[in-house]
Design a protein around this ligand. Sequence first.
Ligand SMILES: [Zn+2]
Length: 574
Amino acid sequence: MAKQTSPRRFSRRKFIGSSSALAAAGLGLPTQSALAAAEPAPLSSAAPDYVILNARVLTVDSNQPSAEAFAVKGDRFVAVGSSADIRSLAGASTEIVDAEGMTVTPGFIDAHSHASSAGVNELVQVNVDLRSIAEIQEALRQRASITPAGQWIRGFKYDDTKLAEGRPINRFDIDEVVPDHPVVVGHRGGHTGVYNSLALALAGVTSETPDPDDGRFYRDSNGVLTGLIAEQARNVFRGMIPSGSTREQRRDGVTLISELMTKAGLTSVHQTGGGRNDMIAFQDARAEGGMRFRMYLFPSGQSSLFDDLVNAGVRTGFGDEVFRIGAVKFSADGSASERTMRMSTPYVGRPEDYGILTMSQQEIHEAVENAHRNDFQIGIHANGDVTIDMVLNAYERVQSLWPRADARHRIEHCSLVNPSILARIKAAGVIPAPFYTYVHYHGNKWVDYGQEKMAWMFAHKSFLDYDIPVAPASDYTPGPYEPLMALQSMVTRKDFDGRVWGPNQRITLEQALKICTMNGAYASFEENIKGSITVGKLADFVILADSPSDVDPDSIKNIEIVRTVVGGRTMYGA
Ligand SMILES: [Zn+2]
């Protein structure tokens, strides 16, 4: 092994600084080849490209749970061990980085998000993630002042429970400031929107319009439409609202969201739902060097993209380590955060309201049979216990008729469970992907469920008790994607205001870290190439200023992300 000759050393301050060690080592922002496969190393140089010493490495590898140091060559980890051992591997060209006691974890994985639409929405819609109706009105008024009358104005990331006025926005609030443009204020959960009166008039919706089975036009106690519309009732606007983005904007949206997500420590993201435009946007962004994370893209089951892939003979896993075809995505019920998911018991204070199904059992059977027989992994959105039961019926049926080893079909969200559901999930080898930041971020919504249900919701502890490889999921935009907030939320079960929801579902930091890394890799069949700091795996890792095990659990989300590295290259550096 080559002896270290003239190592360049870096102090902690320099290391944290922007012109720091990894950048100096030629590991700066991505270029067109940044997230391509590693080039074969020239025979003359066996030494690592760089080594990181004196770190607290939480490897998430049970064979070697902690280490002080590791070495990277190309896009892989080539050694993990003590600082002395790893230092001895360094050659003349090897950069030596002293982490001075900072913590290193594997790159975080978000196994359920809507990344590309979130990115493009930041560019073309109005961000109404604001804390009062007055502020939302002002944001809509400003957009209307630069938008020709008659054109749609779309708001996104609305949250009905965080407003200073203590009530949700309604159509009259919007009419007051924007009467001459049709407006939708979309909830961040993605299942409801508040429309103004002009929008309702254009769609011909009146107080006489009946609710469809799979949706709702909300009315006040006098029967007057509030403007809030849920689920498939929104189909009355189909074809009326332009997609509102260009190919360039969609590419820039991917670039923006991958920048934001790697800044939070994410190195791999599953996008649960997408069509042809998303395929193009990810490839465009990658070609221009704007794609910083690895993407596992779920074609939407309702899109022509899925049929096209099947016809072309493509199946789950097609692609490379940067961009791969994931499971096919369907959606069978309402939303947890918008309180429309379908349950066997009603919402608190609404004895008639059990939530909304968006697929029938027969439709689920047909979708699952087609996807399973075409060798796709399947991910079905099912929040409530009723819906989860229906999805399990379909998974059990296809596996008994057409058995497939290691299919890893998934239940997206899988929010409300019980012992029977847990046993069936374990027996069928199904992967649940419950929300990982919801308990903390959306606390004020859990009042509508109550503590009794919350003891069985986002049930990370129960899944682990049944030895189920539960996946990490933000569902961004509905939930924040920050993995450190996820660790805090799963460990404390405490919301923004300090209330604890379902304390029986608390897990340890070590368990939460494994969910956010290894279990994320398992959910995309990639546990052999990522998810832990292990020799031979992709060098995806995050450097944290402090260890999550050292700080107060209530402040894990505030730990500084110092650097995010994907395939050996720095994609974010503070
Ligand atoms: Zn989703």
